[in-house]
Write a protein that binds this ligand. Structure first.
Ligand code: TXA
Ligand code: MG
Length: 337
């Protein structure tokens, strides 16, 4: 299949939307990561998403709509706490899980009695959804198990020839997938941390909490996606917990064994390190979030045998960054005092 590259002018968006109405899948930019969209009411189109990504059928997709007024069409009820979250965080990098009313095909929801809904806060994403006039089911537009795409090129690396096209909207801003919140009950529960943090949510609904599996990294996934491998670069990745001397010692140790070593770290730590390939990812949590997946993919185009990544702070968006980095990692190296 030829994979088209659409620009973001009105005519191109119209063509991409027509492709959706023809039952095809189209990758499009959002403020978090690129999504791989299809008409959520068309089972054949949804099946193509799972096929193109190699995604397990028991991992449900998020439904994207263009306005809060659309949410009611797909859910049984909106509890009080959920309504507050919708009012404050949508549109935005936020997905709300509510009880579904069976309007959406079970292929999208993986047969669960709930459905995840998101309203992207990205002009191209919104224009595209609007032009289709459909709810758009969309997971991240990567091969299952690979880092999510934050640039159109990342989508092509994984899906060229397998999808009808990509809307080229430049680099996404946030860089990490949306915060997923189960709001089916009275107490909202974060199933996947993101740019909207627990602290942000607690300001609106104080009882909100983190899913235990995220804190303990245990094996009881509440969100079906939690049990699969994620974000893996080609070379093994170790997360290094320690100071710059400890970090350099680890690099030197592997280089002595003739490994080519890549390093992913903040600018300031990078200044103190010497390795074969370097990917500095800025300084604060927002910058690191925006560059993380580009960094993981960068090393696939180098000859490194091993990637050593900084254990970033877990403050603020850092919790989401370390959640993704830990999933990408094969191991952790700890400095002992
Ligand atoms: O930022 C994002 O959320 C991006 C953009 C494209 O919107 N999408 C995205 O989709 O990251 P995906 O499929 O890669 O991740 C969705 C996550 C998965 O972990 C899935 O298991 C979970 O949300 N999920 C979806 N529906 C759910 C439901 N009804 N109950 C629990 N978890 C659900
Ligand atoms: Mg994904």
């Amino acid at each position: 299949m030829e994979t088209k590259m659409w620009k973001t002018d009105e005519q191109s968006i119209k063509e991409a939307a027509q492709s959706i109405l023809n039952g095809e899948v189209v990758a499009f930019p959002t403020e978090t990561v690129y999504g791989l969209g299809a008409d959520a009411t068309n089972e054949h189109a949804i099946a193509k998403i799972f096929q193109a990504k190699g995604r397990p059928a028991d991992n449900p997709l998020i439904v994207h709509v263009d306005a809060p007024s659309q949410i009611g069409r797909y859910v049984q009820e909106i509890p009080e706490a959920a309504q507050k979250l919708i009012d404050h965080f949508m549109p935005g990098p936020f997905t709300i899980i509510l009880k579904n009313n069976k309007e959406i095909t079970p292929l999208v929801t993986a047969g669960l009695d709930s459905v995840g809904i998101r309203i992207p806060n990205h002009p191209i994403a919104r224009a595209f959804i609007q032009a289709t006039g459909k709810p758009i089911a969309a997971p991240s537009a990567n091969l299952s198990g690979k880092p999510s795409p934050t640039k159109a090129n990342h989508v092509l690396e994984d899906l060229k020839g397998k999808i009808s096209g990509v809307i080229e909207g430049g680099a996404t801003g946030v860089g990490l997938e949306s915060t997923v919140v189960d709001a089916t009950g009275e107490i909202p529960i974060i199933l996947r941390p993101g740019n909207v943090t627990l602290e942000d949510i607690k300001k609106i609904v104080p009882s909100a909490r983190m899913n235990n599996a995220i804190q303990k990294q245990d094996n009881q996934p509440k969100s079906p996606g939690m049990k699969y491998n994620h974000y893996e670069p080609d070379a093994p990745l170790y997360v290094v917990h320690g100071d710059s001397d400890f970090f350099q010692k680890q690099i030197d140790l592997y280089r002595k064994k003739h490994y080519k070593v890549g390093v992913l770290a903040s600018d300031s730590l990078m200044d103190e390190l010497d390795a074969d390939q370097l990917f500095p990812c800025g300084e604060n949590d927002k910058e690191i979030a925006a560059k993380l997946y580009d960094g993981l993919r960068y090393f696939n185009h180098t000859n490194v045998d091993l990637i050593l990544a900084e254990a970033f702070s877990t403050d603020g968006v850092g919790q989401a960054i370390m959640n993704r980095l830990s999933k990408a990692a094969s191991d952790h190296l700890y400095q002992t005092k």
